[in-house]
Design a protein around this ligand. Sequence first.
Ligand code: ZN
Length: 454
Amino acid sequence: MPPIDPDTLKRYREAVLADFPRSREQLARLVAIPSISAQKRALPEAAAEVRRLLEEEGFKTEEYTAGSAPVVVAEMGEGAQTVLFYNHYDVQPPEPLDLWQSDPFVLTERDGAMYARGAIDDKGHLISRLAALRAVKAVRGKIPHRILFVVEGEEEIGSPSIGNFVRDHAARLKCDACIWEFGTVDIHDRPLIYGGMKGVVCLDLVARTVDRDLHSMYGAVVPNAATRLSQALTSMMDAECTVTIEGFRDGIRALTPEDNAALDALGDDSIPMRKNHNIQRMLGGLTGREYMKRLIFEPVLNVNGISSGYSGEGSKTVLPAEARAKLDIRLVPDQDPARIAPLMRAHLEKHGFHDVEVQVIEDGGTPARTDLSNPFVRRCIEMARVAYGKEPSVWPIVPGSGPMSSFIEYLKVPVSTFGIGWEGGRVHSPNENFRIQDYLDGVLHGALVMDGGW
Ligand SMILES: [Zn+2]
């Protein structure tokens, strides 16, 4: 691997810094469009703006229809290797609005950080990729690779269409490596590199015990839906929230020596996590390596919310007829998402919860892995060392989820993730922001990765 000489690195740093006003102008244009996929709002407008931005950089663009939002595909340059960037232009709803300190759709600088909905997720990342490519052009005169972009507009609603899109357009999207949509520095400000993602299944559990709400005096004899739902939920896990559904762990891939080495090299995030979020105790009382292992390599059954009966002001005595819990279940390689709902139904049946129904909301989120020893991944790790001057933190799997498995399965390429986020970035929350220095470091890292082959 050719190292970057100090003079070239200096020129890269200067190019990235000098280019920041251009990033800022482009990002301001993109965040001004409230492209909220959950509300099917302004998606064609955002796709059109993405095309304009790419065309300004010299890309040829095309637009495809996939599901409820256009997919933008762009192509530029030539080279022995093709790098595909996957990004998305849709964002989460900005609510609650009263918690924002500035308009979520106006890019605003405060205290060395830039605020807007989508500042990180994922409009900021998209613009940072363009800035990285501009830096390579500024320093080297040309980019040594053919570049593809796939930019979708349904990521924040679970990317229901991109998997089939990638499958159907695999020849068009043929490439040698893929750079994923996000990345971050960790809690210790070290760059993070991820080698895969958890899968996700979203389900509703619904308990119905009686045809309508009753006076609570019948609670002595009539099963309460809220209680039944709680009992059903707790039957699926032990006291430390390890899932106990029969067959649930089938297919979980054993850790490789490289996975174990990656775990050994990670710091203990449990300490700052507890401190920053005022958490008394982690599940299982875990710290250190065991905490990291559970966070990265273990599946999770998470309760997003429970609704039933009356939870307003004052008292109302009622026996609710129905209770509903929204769950997301994060899976690790090679658990099969299609098996989860049937396993859950069998569990409920076996444990006497005939009155609790499983409704599948989304069960297409397959877990994904890229081998950490892949030469492209090695290059991303090496260039992170150069760009940040720190040892990167390499996570075999990011605990979150996304449609990465389709890119690995249909395009058969390594996927690497890095970017501009940080622990206080408030992604999906009010006051989403990136720190300008993290942005510049992320752009530099991207530029150095693109500077040569692997
Ligand atoms: Zn998001």
